[in-house]
Design a protein around this ligand. Structure first.
Ligand SMILES: CC(=O)CC(=O)SCCNC(=O)CCNC(=O)[C@H](O)C(C)(C)COP(=O)(O)OP(=O)(O)OC[C@H]1O[C@@H](n2cnc3c(N)ncnc32)[C@H](O)[C@@H]1OP(=O)(O)O
Ligand SMILES: NC(=O)C1=CN([C@@H]2O[C@H](COP(=O)(O)OP(=O)(O)OC[C@H]3O[C@@H](n4cnc5c(N)ncnc54)[C@H](OP(=O)(O)O)[C@@H]3O)[C@@H](O)[C@H]2O)C=CC1
Length: 291
């Protein structure tokens, strides 16, 4: 099938990045969020990120204008009924995602492909809540979407080959690279990355090192572009905790136990960059380590 109209659900940091790359590749984008302010902020963020690309000659000013023209927004989920491909990028909570798919399905065309950008949640279980598990799969972008090359594609147990191939072709059309993962908790990237981040938080919790020494160690000692605590703040500590819980519950192994300090930060509402406080304080011009 031809994919031209793409629906994106959730206009947070991932949703706006996904809308950005689809519009630049010439797809019509309809972005949905429960919060109208989130949609306004997402379009402003896309505008700003595209300006940066224009100023660095990565795209032309005309390409930016054309891409912005292709992006529309709505707070009404059922408006997404006529799209060819849906990418759900709402908050990492299974009850939220399941409710979205259940509300949406009766309004979809029969051949619309449904996907989730979930970082960790079972694709098979989400698919089972819809009328089309064979046309459902994981479409996992990395953050920041306009910069990161990878899209992880996840087959649920029922995903059929034409659906997988259609998504593979879309990733190629976006100019990105896909890898295939089977449907196990947190797939490939987060199965490996998130325990590393969680271990960095344990290293802080046990007093082995400060925020600065842990991040500097990994940046200069292992050539990571960001230290693990800086990266946790960038991803969102709520999302990191949700992923650790999916690993812990899904694999029933204590090695995935979320660090109690991570849990405490999330309970405090210290979610990282998005709330201006996490392992760093972002209210100062240069982020300040908090421990
Ligand atoms: C949790 C999950 O489910 C899965 C995940 O996503 S895990 C997270 C995966 N992501 C990572 O690991 C990111 C690690 N960090 C990095 O790679 C780098 O720090 C970074 C690319 C984010 C920034 O790199 P940097 O060298 O410090 O910054 P900078 O030189 O300013 O930017 C590099 C490029 O990224 C762009 N950029 C930076 N931040 C951006 C953002 N938030 N949105 C869009 N573009 C951005 C810049 O415009 C620049 O583009 P050009 O090369 O075209 O000029
Ligand atoms: N952060 C990251 O680095 C990555 C995240 N992901 C995954 O992408 C998804 C989104 O993450 P991210 O963008 O970081 O999260 P954000 O918290 O930045 O954004 C989530 C957005 O979804 C909205 N939302 C909540 N419920 C609904 C709903 N029922 N319908 C429509 N929108 C809703 C939220 O609104 P409100 O704020 O009002 O609740 C918010 O605007 C998650 O599944 C996450 O695991 C994947 C790769 C990387």
């Amino acid at each position: 099938m031809t994919i031209q109209r793409v629906g994106i659900i959730g206009a947070g940091q991932m949703g706006n990045g996904i809308a950005h790359v689809f519009a630049l590749a010439g797809y019509e984008v309809l972005m949905n969020d429960i919060n109208a302010d989130a949609l306004t902020a997402a379009v402003q963020r896309i505008d700003k990120n595209m300006d940066r690309q224009v100023s660095r000659d990565a795209i032309s000013a005309d390409a930016k204008d054309e891409a912005l023209r292709l992006i529309n927004t709505t707070t009404t989920l059922t408006d997404l009924g006529q799209t060819d491909l849906i990418i759900e990028a709402a908050t990492e909570r299974e009850t939220i995602k399941s409710a979205i798919f259940e509300d949406l399905v009766p309004h979809l065309k029969p051949d619309t492909i449904l996907t989730s950008n979930t970082s960790s949640i079972s694709i098979t279980r989400l698919a089972a809540r819809t009328d089309r598990p064979e046309k459902f799969m994981g479409f996992h972008f990395m953050n920041p979407v306009p910069v990161m090359q990878l899209v992880e594609l996840i087959r649920g147990i029922a995903t059929d080959e034409p659906t997988f191939k259609a998504c593979e072709d879309v990733v190629a059309h976006l100019g990105k690279t896909s890898t295939a993962s089977e449907d196990f908790p947190a797939f490939i990237v987060n199965r490996i990355l998130m325990p590393m981040i969680n271990e960095a938080i344990y290293t802080l919790y046990e007093g082995v090192g400060s925020v600065k020494s842990i991040d500097t160690s990994l940046k200069l000692g292992a050539n990571h572009p960001m230290g693990p605590l800086e990266l946790a703040d960038f991803i969102g500590l709520d999302t990191c905790l949700a992923i650790m819980n999916v690993l812990h519950d899904g694999l029933a192994d204590t090695k995935y136990r979320p660090c109690p300090l991570l849990t405490k930060y999330v309970e405090a509402g210290w979610l990282g960059r998005k709330t201006k406080r996490g392992f760093y304080d972002y209210t100062t011009e240069v982020p300040t380590p908090t421990r």
